[in-house]
Design a protein around this ligand. Structure first.
Ligand SMILES: Cc1cc2nc3c(=O)[nH]c(=O)nc-3n(C[C@H](O)[C@H](O)[C@H](O)COP(=O)(O)O)c2cc1C
Length: 504
């Protein structure tokens, strides 16, 4: 057991009396999803109560959003563009049978499709959709994000990823290899700039006039071409979509490498951080805040969110029984399939006791570092890493117990790490999310650690994220701020402003 696992010992832990502390930082809660079954807890699709295989039905998403609304939580939908096809490949380039046989994040649907349906039956839940900067041209994505922002009335956020699976190249890059790790981030910088320009600089806020008397739909003096010429993209513009509620979706990122952190520290409004322990997480968050400051951003401009799973029940016994049942279905081979996708390392030929050493890789660069370089005293073998991943992942927290015990554990974790919130993933769907809603959220709310009401009822993602009515756009300290063409500037004035600020 590592310290990221929080499991009650045999004797019952007396829960401490808690006085309501409304001044405590209210945690940002996300339900972590994927348009496939069993995201992280490999093999749990076999659990008798698991219904994660119904991800392809609209009812799945409608049930999920109702749970999120009850918890006053947001929904985060992860994604990858190819199969986790490294495990068991031997000398071959890939082995697509592994993820399919073991049901490892496969088969998988497109992540943004269920969002509009969920938005129709909810009023406040925010939706983060993962889209890779290598999957489509930024011109298309700008339109897709604007569409989602319109349909959700500003409840959209974009998890910016640049892909890590080696076989993504052969599926979406006409067979070219997945570009080298750091160059993916360099390209993402330009990609994001094109998105900023299209969504923020090509339409003035008030360009759509809908003047029925004069017969003018759009005032064309308030629309301009962006004429972006770059290393990877040439885009004339204007954006095909009109300005949406937030104009720019809330930007989310999970970069952990040097390049990834630099990217996130400049652009992200929410960052997913992970570490083996709460203490290690605290160190990472502090470093992140220091880095963000060097880019002129405030220490609290970015919210930091960690991954976790909850296994709870009415009593401690019930929670522990649930955990024991889950363990029966854990799939350690499936875990190796996951590991292969994340790192590019095929464990199938390894001996059980073979130790994991640091190796450079072109996938999630820091995943191996998290286990090796950052934890010098700790050893991981094929067996131990497979077991760990099969039980919720290696760098994610696990909270087991009654609602009150878990709230204690979470409180301690937050105090040690200064984390702003959690991405709750599921072991058993929807049981794990129901555990959060039924047992954990009420306890957190009681302690002032979780919101009882949305700060801005019916507001945008950004307003609720920052708890400020009217804050639908990024603050001045964000690099996208100056890209926005506001109502007070003519086209010429706006272009002079861009020139003066050296925004090209
Ligand atoms: C909570 C969390 C969610 C992530 N979701 C995705 C995802 O859906 N798709 C993806 O391609 N990468 C995802 N990643 C991977 C990150 O984008 C990133 O590649 C990883 O954190 C390693 O950072 P690095 O690329 O800077 O080394 C996620 C990472 C974390 C911690």
């Amino acid at each position: 057991m590592t310290s990221s696992e929080h499991i009650p010992k045999k004797q019952k832990i007396e829960s401490t009396e808690h006085v309501t502390q409304p001044k405590r930082k209210q945690l940002l809660i996300n339900f972590f999803e994927n348009s496939s079954s069993s995201i992280h807890w490999s093999g749990q699709w076999k659990h008798p109560q698991d219904r994660s295989h119904t991800y392809k039905d609209l009812d799945y998403w409608l049930h999920l959003v109702k749970l999120a609304e009850k918890a006053k939580a947001n929904i985060f939908i992860a994604d990858s563009l190819a199969l986790f096809d490294v495990w068991g490949k031997g000398d071959k380039e890939s082995n697509f049978k592994g993820p399919l046989h073991y049901g490892i994040q496969a088969p998988k649907n497109e992540p943004s499709a269920p969002v509009a349906a969920m938005a129709a039956v909810s009023k406040n839940v925010g939706f983060t959709v993962t889209v890779s900067t290598i999957s489509e041209h930024p011109y298309h994505l700008a339109r897709r994000l604007a569409t989602l922002d319109h349909l959700t009335k500003g409840r959209i956020s974009w998890n910016i990823v640049s892909s890590f699976l080696p076989s993504t190249g052969k599926q979406v890059l006409n067979g070219a290899p997945l570009p080298e790790h750091d160059s993916r981030y360099t390209k993402s910088e330009e990609y994001l700039k094109v998105i900023y320009k299209l969504l923020l600089s090509s339409w003035r806020d008030d360009a759509v006039v809908l003047d029925k008397e004069r017969g003018v739909f759009v005032d064309t003096d308030r629309v301009r071409e962006i004429n972006h010429v770059g290393e990877h993209f040439n885009v004339v513009g204007p954006s095909l979509s009109e300005p949406s509620n937030q104009r720019l979706p809330v930007l989310v990122q999970a970069g952990a490498s040097t390049k990834g952190r630099q990217f996130a520290a400049q652009h992200a409004e929410v960052v997913y951080v992970s570490a083996l322990t709460a203490e290690a997480l605290g160190k990472k968050i502090k470093e992140f805040k220091d880095l963000a400051e060097t880019y002129g951003r405030g220490r609290n401009d970015i919210k930091y969110v960690a991954s976790a799973t909850v296994i709870s029940g009415k009593t401690e016994e019930e929670a522990l029984e649930k955990y024991e049942e889950i363990k029966k279905h854990a799939d350690t081979v499936g875990a190796q399939v996951l590991f292969g996708g994340w790192t590019g390392i095929d464990l199938s030929q390894w001996e059980d006791d073979q130790e994991l050493e640091h190796v450079e890789n072109n996938g999630m660069k820091t995943y191996i570092e998290n286990l090796t370089k950052f934890n010098p005293g700790k050893k991981f073998t094929k067996k131990s890493i497979s077991e760990k991943i099969s039980l919720g992942g290696s760098i994610s927290a696990l909270f087991v117990g009654t609602g009150s015990q878990i709230a204690d554990q979470i409180e301690e974790y937050v105090d040690k790490s200064d984390v702003d919130g959690f991405n709750f993933t599921y072991a058993v769907w929807p049981q794990s999310f129901e555990d959060v809603v039924d047992y954990v959220i009420p306890e957190l709310q009681e302690r002032g650690l979780s919101q009882k009401e949305w700060p801005v009822e019916g507001g945008t993602f950004r307003e609720n994220l920052n708890g400020k009515k009217g804050q639908t756009f990024v603050p001045k300290t964000h690099p996208a701020y100056n890209y926005r063409w506001s109502n007070d500037l003519t086209k010429e004035e706006f272009e002079t402003k861009l020139e003066n600020l050296n925004i090209k």
